[in-house]
Design a protein around this ligand. Structure first.
Ligand code: PGA
Length: 220
């Protein structure tokens, strides 16, 4: 059986609304439409609604995701974006990215609460793990292995090592878990990762910001 391949753009804290919509136009009209290829974009919160509207209006084969969501349900939590609200716009959410663990003090416990919220409101949690020992909360079947040294450094992990770590996660959390690789993925190296047996796609930061480069990654 052919496996699904995920190509996910993580824009991080980048792009004004105009820049976001320009990207959607270029990627949306140039990306491949294949049943086993799942292409997603994770904009900043303020751009999510318009990005989704543009994708739906033009019927582009793109999925919209969030880069985070609240560990709390709706209520008195000033500044939070809850799964209950986000569910009208996004199908998935990146959770537990190393930048959130490092800069915002996110712990495994907080990430587990976020996963619970996502699942409760029908959003697919994509949990980022930094090494083979990182915990994956119950119910999460989409995992991104992103070793910290590889993020934004131009120094990716080797495809063989990423495949080995992905294999450990599939063993621990079930063969039905899908494990992506992230960390300095480019159009040049993407195939080396997606060709690995245990790897079901890639999470792309820096190289996803330029629309033409992201199209090259999809086509590769
Ligand atoms: P990078 O980031 O592609 O810029 O290394 C990946 C990520 O942080 O998800």
């Amino acid at each position: 059986m052919a496996k699904d391949t995920w190509i996910i753009a993580n824009w991080k804290a980048n792009k004004t609304l105009d820049e976001a919509l320009e990207w959607v136009k270029i990627v949306g009209s140039n990306c491949l439409q294949k049943e086993d290829l799942k292409i997603a974009v994770c904009p900043s919160f303020s751009a999510i609604e318009e990005v989704k509207r543009e994708i739906e209006t033009k019927a582009y084969p793109l999925i919209v995701g969030a880069q985070d969501l609240s560990p709390f349900d709706n209520g008195a939590y000033t500044g939070e974006e809850t799964a209950a609200i986000l569910k009208q716009f996004v199908k998935l959410a990146i959770l537990g990215h190393s930048e959130r663990r490092e800069n915002f003090g996110e712990t495994d416990e907080i990430i587990a609460e976020k996963v619970k919220q996502a699942l409760e409101y029908g959003i697919t949690p994509l949990v980022c793990v930094q090494d083979a020992d990182t915990l994956v909360p119950q119910g999460c079947k989409l995992i991104a292995y992103e070793p910290v040294f590889a993020i934004g450094s131009g120094n990716s992990d080797s495809p063989e090592d990423a495949n080995r770590v992905a294999g450990i996660f599939k063993q621990k959390y079930g063969e039905d878990s899908q494990v992506l690789y992230g960390g300095s993925v480019t159009a040049e190296n993407v195939r080396d990762f997606t060709n690995q047996e245990n790897i079901s796609g890639v999470l792309v930061g820096k190289a996803s910001l330029i629309a033409e480069e992201f199209v090259r990654i999809i086509k590769a």
